[in-house]
Structure formats: structure tokens, C-alpha cells
Design a protein around this ligand. Sequence first.
Ligand code: GLV
Ligand code: MN
Ligand code: MN
Length: 423
Amino acid sequence: MTVSGPTHPSASTPAPADTVAGLLAEISRVGADTHRGGYSRPVFSTAELDLRAWFLAHAAKRGLDVETDRNGVIWAWWHTPVGGTANAVVTGSHLDSVPGGGAFDGPLGVASALVALDFLQAEGLRPERPLAIAVFPEEEGSRFGVACLGTRVLTGAIDVNLARGLRDQNGDTFAEVAARSGFDPTLLGPDPEALARIGTFIELHVEQGRELIDRHQAVGIGSSILGHGRWRLSVTGQGNHAGTTLMTDRHDPMIAAAGIVMAIRDTARAQPGARATVGRLEPVPGGTNVIASRVDLWLDARHPDDAVTASVVATILAEARLIAAAEGCTVQLTEESVSRTVSFDTGLRDHLSLLLPDAPVQHTGAGHDAGILTQYVPTAMLFVRNPTGVSHSPEEYVEDDDAEAGALALARVLADLLVPTTP
Ligand code: GLV
Ligand code: MN
Ligand code: MN
């Protein structure tokens, strides 16, 4: 392991029976997507519910006191001499995935939290603060469209009526799906008491870029998250017959959508630091011999300056209107979620740097529940090297040794927060 530092647990702490790689191997078939490759684990799907059950079994094995709250957040509490839940140190991540995602985005943070706890228990640590491992639902927003939906609902960052009405691709609302999954949809909503228990939140996550590869380090410390948002563009034309409609007689929203995708790329390229993606596009009704009547496409746009993101989206909309009009189509833009650029607590970040002196401090372009929670409680992130540098893809990867180094780094951070040894 490449983590060094003057803190505990140390290399002499007995290695836990479970390893991060071993835990992830246990769930390597859950939600495996034979069609897309990788994993598809939408929130409250059979796969995600199976992963929750897997986590609950591991929490029970460790004697944790588990509660699944009214928003579907799992909290697994370590019974400690301090008792209670106030000023807790909370660590954890998510178990849902993007469609065809990697094995590590989310589950790495959950498995590492379990192994980090094992280190603390093996060391006989007697915490001065409570510790909980949390699992947040719908971090990816891949089912209901809104990124970090669980932490947004928990914190009140989204209007709960809006959240209840969000629909998945089957047309089922979040409220309906929550009800089918055993949650009372009328009880969904801000939970100031649950939020107030969190004294410090630490999320460990697979790195989704290449910085740790380039820095030759297994573990990094997060500094900030790039602002990001999602918008749906609906292009409406005239549905018609693919054989009988002359090319000159068409109002084909797919042609407009194709032009809009190119305009999105060009607009983002013209703005230094901007990123814009169309990763999902749905023709309605969607038939090979059918000229679509409507095409929905989803824009993901990101920039460090939230005002620039807004102007990029405004430019894209203006371009899209021109492109659609040239095809005899119309276009409508709907904002689905916006997350502003956030920085993590600088005092906590600097403290982590003292504990993990080799770990570079790094910014990330990916969104996380930590980015929502940092707006309410002192929050930090740890990243673990991904040797492919690729994420949201089956190519995402973490070497076993790096995963263990990440868990040990997390254990050191948690130990220090629970029983302070450094100033
Ligand atoms: C989540 O991983 C995101 O960055 O969209
Ligand atoms: Mn994630
Ligand atoms: Mn992700």
C-alpha cells in the first residue's frame, strides 16, 4: 500500500478479513448488463435493492445499527461508547449506477467504508464521536433525471412535490416507485433532523479522470466539484411515413436534433473550460420506418463559472431554435437539475492533507452527493486511482492494492475525526 503518514490505523493494525476487492467481488453479478456491458443499477430496481440487501447484511455482520429513513437513505450506526447520533462522522456513497456503468462508481465508497470500519474495530478504537455509513439513493439521477436526488430531497435542495412527480422512462413517478419499494411517498421530504446529525461527511470515490495516474498516487483529496446541469431539449416536427414522404416535404425533428448535437459540441468548444454532452436521445415514437414526431435529447453542460454555464445553455437554445426552424420544427428547453460549482471545506481538506501527506489535492469534473452535502455540513472527498482514467463505462477500474490503500486512507481520516490525534 502506498498511503503513508503518522496516523492510525498503521501498517501493524491487523488486516480486516474483508477486503474492498473481496466485497466488490460479492456483487460482481448484481445488475450486470449483458446488453450494454457493465452494470445497470437504477435506484429501486431489483439490482439496486439487492445491493442494499448486501450492504445491510454486511452492516449486520459488523453489529451496526441500521435504519433506512423515510427518503430511502440507509444509515448504519456504529454503537460507540459516546452513544447518540449527534455530531456524527458519516462516510458512504451510493449503489445506483448510470446505464452500463462501471463497477466502482458508488460501490467503491460503500465497500471502502465497511473495510475502513473493520480497520477501526480491529484497532480497538474508542471513538469520541458516533460514526455512520450512509448509502444515498439515486446519486446518478439515471432513473428520475435529477442528479443526487436522495441528498437533494434530504437537504431540501429540491422541492419535494417536484421530486415526487419526476418520472422514469416507464412513466412511473418517483412517488409511485418509492411506494412500490416500501416507502410512504407522503413522508418523502427534507429531513433536518437527519441532516443535523452529520457533523462531518467524507465520501470516498473512484477517480473519474487521470490525475492520480499522472501523479503516481493511489489516493487523492478533493478540493472542488465542477458546476453541472441537465436540460431536456424537445424538438417537435411532423411524424410521417418513411416511404411516402418526399425528402422535400419533411419536418423531421431527427434532422434538427442532429444539427443541435453538432451545435452543442461547437458551442462548448468555443468556451474555454466548458463541457457539453448529449448522451441520451429518444425519438418518439421510435420506429425504423417512421419519421419521428418528436425527439427528446438531454444536454449535460458543465463549467467552473455557473454564469458561463448559463450563457452556454442560452447560446445552445438560440442555435437550437434556428436549426429547428430551418427544418420546420420547434424546440422547447426544460431544466432538469443544476448543481453549482462547490468547494469543499478548506480546513477539513487541509487537515486531510496533514493526515495523508502524499495525497494530491484535486478538483473533479464529476458530480457527487458530497457536492450537495458540502453546502450544509463540513465535507471532504477522497479519490482512488482509476488506471484506465475512464468512468461511466465498463472500462472504469481500480487495482486491488489501490482499493485497499483507499480504505486504509479512509480509516485514517475517520480515526482522526473520531479520536483526534493531530491539531
Ligand atoms: C455523476 O457521476 C456525474 O458527474 O454526472
Ligand atoms: Mn458516483
Ligand atoms: Mn457517476
